[in-house]
Design a protein around this ligand. Structure first.
Ligand SMILES: *Cc1c(COP(=O)(O)O)cnc(C)c1O
Length: 437
């Protein structure tokens, strides 16, 4: 099953005497990635009209094409225009449309970058871009601005800049390796990088975000798993968007990682005409948990340039969450998030379950539409928290105390922080007060 008819047909065209070993060699797959329209036509037998071709040339000039033979083999050639794999892998003229609301770097990742390769947005964790390239160029990439730009694997010297930043920033306890795809690095480089990060005493966990199990599952070799196993605790997040992507080869790759002992998560992007359907999403999530992957995030599609045809209203995401919460296993359901344009970070969004509230009762509704009330305790004793954990009966081990100050809304709620409101810096009313003083 690993080497099916569609794969055989493609392998036959790539090589005169193809063999199974080559097909499953990830470097062979990379070497034979499809990067031109002609190659795509030749390998799939799909033919574009002259006008279509001209549009595609323009599109790929701006946003290059690259598809692994494996991922190409998943395309349904007889109905490719509606095919979720084709849509994710092969672009069209729609990508050249840029709306006023779209930005090349919508999440301000470049602005929040204190040093090359690092995006430091949240207090205790950083995103570390350790590779500038991917095995496949997803058409909906939020970092579309960079795709195919300078297709390289950074040198140790370049990576050391990021490592140095992490070492010098004691609040960073969680390092998220991303890219590009970190698994584009050679095994010995991954080993070196993880070893260097692990040496930093304040780093508690490392995470890797990769799409390899989806677009090039053969990258998950026994050797790679053996390297990764030396570096626990290591969390791995994959990126499946559609149930069709969970193939026999993908399952094999996932099983290697799960057997390696890494907690596995999945991040999907909500994409119009790919997975914007509660039934497709539920089928995907069920397949993920059957394969020991815990769905983590469902992303609203970012406001990146050229993605308007992939975007859905937020209501579609809420509708999908409504179809999941209560209707299926709690651990099969991701958190739906919108990454705030401008770099505000991920904002979780859900249907509303609290309908009303009084001083001692909360009125809630469930997934079936049942409306219920929760009577709050009459004798809950309010305890002022002045952060004097030493004299608190909750017995927190003092060495485990988080010393960071309460931020934002957390600060408004905190007894030990005397902020009473959060006010925009350019609030006119307050500027007037300053002038009058
Ligand atoms: C998503 C993201 C993280 C990790 O966020 P979690 O919610 O902890 O998964 C860290 N840094 C940046 C810049 C991110 O975009």
């Amino acid at each position: 099953m690993i080497y099916n008819n569609s794969q055989k047909a493609i392998a036959n065209k790539i090589e005169e005497t193809p063999n199974l070993r080559n097909w499953k060699d990830w470097k062979w797959q990379l070497k034979h990635s499809i990067r031109s329209i002609e190659q795509f036509e030749f390998l799939t037998g799909i033919k574009f009209e002259e006008k279509e071709k001209q549009d595609l040339v323009k599109t790929f000039d701006k946003f290059p094409l690259s598809i692994t033979p494996y991922y190409l083999s998943l395309i349904d050639k007889n109905n490719y225009k509606n095919d979720p794999v084709f849509r994710q892998a092969f672009g069209g003229i729609e990508e050249l449309i840029t709306l006023d609301s779209e930005l090349s770097d919508p999440l301000s990742e470049d602005k929040d970058s204190p040093t090359e390769g690092i995006t430091h947005r949240y207090p205790d964790r950083v995103l570390f871009h350790v590779s500038n390239t991917c095995s496949m160029y997803c058409r909906f990439c939020t970092r579309k601005r960079k795709v195919g730009d300078v297709d390289f694997v950074p040198s140790k010297k370049q990576l050391l800049k990021g490592i140095e930043y992490i070492a010098n920033t004691p609040q960073v306890r969680d390092v998220l390796l991303s890219g590009g795809d970190p698994f584009m690095l050679p095994d010995d480089m991954i080993d070196w990088l993880l070893t260097e990060i692990e040496k930093i005493p304040h780093v508690e966990i490392i995470r890797i975000g990769t799409r390899m199990p989806v677009v090039l599952p053969y990258r998950i070799t026994d050797k790679l798993v053996a390297v990764l196993k030396k570096h626990q605790p290591l969390w791995i997040n994959t990126h499946f968007n559609h149930p069709r992507e969970i193939t026999a080869s993908a399952k094999e790759a996932i099983a290697k990682l799960a057997d390696g002992g890494f907690p596995l998560g999945n991040q999907s992007v909500l994409l119009a005409n790919v997975n914007d359907c509660p039934r497709i999403m539920k089928s995907l999530l069920h397949k993920l948990v059957q394969n020991r992957i815990r769905p983590y995030y469902l992303y609203q599609c970012d406001l990146s340039e050229g993605l308007s045809h992939f975007r859905t209203p937020i209501g579609k995401g809420i509708e999908i969450m409504e179809s999941l919460i209560g209707h299926t296993s709690g651990f099969a359901r991701p958190t739906y998030v919108i990454d705030a344009p401008g770099g505000g970070g991920k904002i979780p969004v859900m249907p509303n379950y609290i309908i009303s509230w009084s001083t001692n009762k909360v009125i809630l509704r469930n997934y079936e539409g049942v409306i219920t009330s929760y009577k709050e305790p009459d004798n809950y004793e309010y305890k002022l928290c002045n952060r004097d954990c030493d004299n608190c009966n909750l017995e927190l081990n003092l060495s485990e105390i988080d010393e960071s100050d309460a931020i934002g809304i957390e600060g408004l709620l905190s007894d030990s922080n005397d902020t009473i409101s959060l006010i925009p810096e350019d609030n006119e009313r307050l500027l007037r007060r300053d002038e009058n003083e």
